[in-house]
Design a protein around this ligand. Structure first.
Ligand SMILES: Cc1cc2nc3c(=O)[nH]c(=O)nc-3n(C[C@H](O)[C@H](O)[C@H](O)COP(=O)(O)O)c2cc1C
Length: 184
């Protein structure tokens, strides 16, 4: 199994590190955006190189000639964790101007698994619209970050519809097994 992991410039770099550790020994191809690197420096207690060491291959986000940019490069799933609102918007609207957004577009057009872990607070209407756009258009499940629920005092009973409290373990499972887009 081969998974592409994109790390963008939203808060939550430690979640990306935890996922990379959970995915081991899956073959991981890692792309970190420039702002993703800045957030790692702010938030993680390890350097960017520690993230890269957990991957089997790393590519620069401006390298649109790298393998994940091509539909003929077989990978099974992609996770963008954390996913900035900028990257979410580009994916929702099909703008492929860097390797992360291009690889996500490849997932959508090739009907491969794509998992986004968006993070922003508070959310603007456009952010919610972009998440809904992807979930409604592609079909999918919504798992809510349990840590974020606890931080905000949100109980399970307050979640509506198909939302449920999720975990990093479930995220790793989704990366390996899900066949639909999921917004965590
Ligand atoms: C320390 C730091 C934290 C940030 N946190 C967030 C965030 O939580 N969510 C978000 O959407 N953008 C956040 N941003 C802004 C994004 O990094 C910025 O919009 C960037 O252009 C996103 O580009 P990328 O998706 O290619 O990484 C943050 C920026 C910095 C420097």
């Amino acid at each position: 199994m081969k998974v592409v992991v994109g790390v963008t410039g939203a808060s939550g770099a430690p979640y990306a590190l935890a996922l990379l550790r959970n995915l081991d020994p899956v073959h991981v191809e890692l792309v970190i955006s420039e702002d993703g690197k800045k957030v790692i420096e702010h938030e993680a207690d390890v350097p960017v190189t520690a993230f890269e060491e957990l991957a089997d291959a790393t590519y620069a986000n401006d390298d649109l000639g790298a393998p994940p940019a091509s539909g003929s490069h077989r990978f099974d799933a992609m996770v963008v964790i954390p996913c900035s609102m900028g990257t979410l918007g580009k994916i929702a609207w099909g703008i492929s101007d860097n390797l992360i957004t291009r690889a996500a577009a490849v997932c959508l057009k090739e009907r491969r698994k794509l998992i986004l872990v968006p993070r922003e607070t508070p959310l603007a209407a456009s952010h919610i619209e972009n998440m809904l756009r992807l979930v409604l258009r592609e079909g999918g499940q919504v798992g809510v970050c349990g840590t974020c629920m606890d931080a905000r005092g949100i109980t399970d009973a307050e979640l509506t519809g198909d939302c449920h409290r999720s975990t990093l373990n479930e995220l790793a499972d989704w990366a390996l097994q899900a066949d639909r887009i999921a917004v965590f």
